[in-house]
Design a protein around this ligand. Structure first.
Ligand code: IMP
Length: 428
């Protein structure tokens, strides 16, 4: 049975939740492999809106949800989210959620470090301030706490000592308040049973699912351009967002990750700081923000908006091994007289068909645009390629040619059924 992985092909907020939700119906298992509650997915099911951050979207549709070892898990955030879901009538129990015992914990100390680091940075990254980056730093620094530590109070206590010793030296050096262990340890011990009831071997669960011929959908958070290796470093998140991260972040073999769907909007947005060559200040940028409701799900921050960057998309396709694209929010371009698509950059008089890694180069990159005709009639609500205006179809074909892969799915309104399926990723 083929598996499918869904990754953001731009800077996040491409509408992955909607695509994952659509694909989840055909999956047996939905697994998260990276990020934490910095992510935000909005699902609208039967008129009810669900805002998810840590939980795999599949739980809303009654699928088995897995949170892999690659996720940075804030136990308080998870319990609060489970409560919010219960209030909406979705029971999250060990029957529909398993958390990897080896997932890294996000603790209050990480939120404090995130805030202090952002204040101290000469150029803030614009993080979500959820403590995600500092938790991953502790993971690779080999001093992180993991879900399994909650079951071993002595180990937990020792590790927390070492962690706070490390970080308090930094806080003290900067004249900032230090953090005390006692309250933090007690709170972790108090909530441990509520978390541990979900803990298990996610890698084994995936192996059993494979052996039983079940289909797994891997749900990527953030996006290729926010990947720790492939994004516009340092304006990135701290995890591996690409499909390779699905393997290391859950324990599935890389050869079993399956068909890769890259989700891209018909235009581009970015939250936080960092290079964004096709950003439009004012005019059409504001129009895209208003029409596309481009404000953060969890943070409410207005998103920066611009034209589709096909050069960036082409690179995402290559490094993430994207097989097909899901093109979202096509209808937001309805009514534009013409549509611009960036096909490369001019930097110091030279043409590049990809973004070179240097920050100064990226920041001075002047996009080279191809101008396409706007559509003669709206696409909103269209449910087949044949029913699209010819200009919109030409836009899709142009994106495919630029990206080098076909478009499998197109969305034309926030309604779940306003989805055009050119080819089903699960049948690929
Ligand atoms: P962090 O992940 O909170 O450390 O933030 C690092 C960068 O990733 C910032 O620019 C954030 O705005 C961005 N980011 C993190 N999560 C998301 C997301 O779910 N969507 C879009 N951007 C995100």
């Amino acid at each position: 049975m083929p598996n499918v992985v869904v990754v953001g092909a731009q800077w996040g907020d491409e509408g992955k939740g909607r695509i994952v939700d659509w694909l989840a119906e055909k999956a047996d298992v939905v697994a998260r492999y990276n990020g934490g509650h910095n992510a935000g997915h909005t699902l609208v099911v039967d008129g009810k809106t669900y805002k998810l951050a840590l939980l795999p979207s599949g739980v809303v549709r009654g699928k088995m949800g897995l949170i892999g070892n690659g996720v940075a898990l804030d136990p308080e955030a998870l319990l609060a989210e489970i409560e919010r879901m219960a209030a909406l009538g979705v029971a999250v129990t060990p029957d529909n959620l398993m958390i990897a015992e080896t997932a890294t914990l996000v603790l209050p100390v990480h939120r404090a470090i995130d805030a202090a680091q952002e204040t101290l940075r000469r150029q803030p990254i614009g993080t979500t301030l959820r403590g995600i980056g500092p938790a991953y730093e502790d993971k690779v620094g080999r001093r992180g706490l993991r879900v399994c530590d909650l079951a071993e109070p002595d180990v937990l206590s020792d590790k927390l000592d070492a962690l706070l010793q490390h970080h308090n030296a930094w806080f003290r050096g900067l004249g900032l308040d230090t953090l005390s262990k006692d309250g933090m340890l007690q709170r972790l011990l108090d909530i441990a049973p509520a978390i541990l009831r979900f803990a298990g071997s996610v890698w084994q669960q995936l192996d059993m699912a494979h052996a039983a011929g079940k289909r797994t959908l891997f749900e990527g958070s953030q996006a290729v351009m926010l990947d720790i290796d492939w994004g516009s470093y340092p304006y990135v998140t701290s995890s591996s967002t690409v499909p390779a991260g699905a393997a290391s972040g859950t324990g599935i073999a890389p050869s079993r990750v399956g068909h890769v769907v890259g989700v891209t909007k018909a235009y581009a947005t970015r939250v936080g700081e960092g290079p964004f060559p096709t950003e439009i200040h004012g005019g059409p940028g504001n129009l895209l923000r208003e029409r596309g409701h481009e404000f953060g799900v969890n943070t409410g921050r207005p998103r920066r908006c611009g034209w589709l960057d096909a050069a960036q998309l082409r690179q995402s396709v290559k490094v993430a091994g994207i097989d097909t694209l899901a093109l979202t929010k096509l209808d937001i371009l309805d009514g534009f007289e013409c549509v611009q698509v960036c096909v490369g950059y001019e930097i110091d008089g030279r043409f590049f068909d990809f973004a070179p890694p240097g920050l100064a180069a990226q920041q001075s990159a002047v996009p080279v645009y191809e101008q396409l005709a706007g559509w003669s009639r709206p696409t909103r609500g269209t449910r087949s390629l044949a029913a699209l205006p010819p200009e919109a179809l030409a836009f899709i074909r142009f994106v495919e040619a630029q990206a080098g892969v076909p478009v499998s799915i197109v969305t034309t309104s926030p309604e779940r059924d306003d989805t055009i399926v050119a080819s089903d990723p699960f049948d690929a």
